[in-house]
Design a binder for this molecule. Structure first.
Ligand SMILES: [Cu+2]
Length: 269
């Protein structure tokens, strides 16, 4: 955590009664972290730099490349260990928050995570996030692969090989400037994938109230599940759209989104 090993953990000294804002940044190549702080609740207030309705929890799942901002109150003197536990593994990394009147003590026991878990499915945007427009284009994006052969694909395609078969143009997801686009990610693989789109933020649909769909730039698609994202095409270019597990990306789990400047759109501005 913050470059420090567990034997000499990163330590933050605060005054009793402090309110802290911590930005939890998962900069790993392939690990999902479940993060908690012994004895302290927190509330999630932002995801990937976008405000959400504050939501309290005892732990939060932060997938590869995601950023979660949390508020933490430290009402009493003490030493509080931060645990970032790798999912699917028994390892964790540690940090410590302590008040200036208390000794640093490190609890290196992995927590059991009994309390309320916050993840992307718990979140709602602080303000209405819809575009107030109908959807112009929907693409299905099939996430597939096999652990044994270590192949991971989007729409049965390994980037950058040209798309095999009668539709080589499917190497890219072609869209038009100004469109509202939905990408429906269907995960038929035995792993979860942290999916990231460059150049845009997107709404993650499927919560209790899609008027307040949370805004992110990375969302994980659990194995066997489908997650739909929606964005406004307001930034022409060829944008990487890929799994953020670096090993999956390295074997080609990418399908760029591509669009050019629309001159009619420019004239309207
Ligand atoms: Cu992946």
């Amino acid at each position: 955590m913050n470059g420090q090993p567990n034997s000499k953990p990163w330590t933050l000294t605060v005054k009793k009664g402090s309110r802290l804002r911590l930005r939890l940044i998962n900069s790993s190549g392939s690990t999902f972290f479940r993060i908690s702080i012994d004895g302290l609740k927190f509330s999630v207030i932002e995801v990937d730099g976008n405000r959400v309705k504050p939501i309290e929890g005892q732990n939060v799942i932060v997938p590869t490349s995601a950023r979660y901002d949390v508020l933490v109150d430290v009402p009493d003197s003490g030493s509080y260990t931060i645990h970032a536990a790798a999912l699917g593994d028994d390892k964790q990394c540690l940090g410590v928050i302590h008040t200036d009147d208390a000794q640093v003590t490190v609890n290196d026991k992995r927590p059991t995570f009994d309390g309320v878990t916050v993840d992307f499915r718990s979140l709602q945007a602080l303000n209405p996030s819809g575009f107030g427009r109908k959807v112009d284009r929907v693409y299905d994006v099939l996430l597939s692969g096999k652990m044994k052969k270590y192949e991971w694909m989007m729409n049965n395609h390994y980037w950058p090989e040209p798309f095999a078969g009668p539709h080589p143009e499917k190497t890219y997801l072609d869209i038009q400037q100004g469109e509202v686009v939905q990408l429906r990610m269907i995960n038929r693989s035995p792993m979860s994938h942290p999916m990231h789109l460059h150049g845009h933020t997107f709404r993650v649909l499927g919560s209790a109230d899609d008027d307040f769909a949370p805004i992110m730039d990375t969302v994980w698609v659990p194995k066997g599940e489908t997650v739909t994202i929606e964005f406004l095409a307001n930034n022409p270019g060829m944008w990487a759209y890929h799994c953020h597990n670096i090993w999956h990306l390295a074997v080609g789990m990418m399908q760029p989104v591509r669009y050019v400047v629309d001159e009619r759109e420019l004239l309207r501005q």
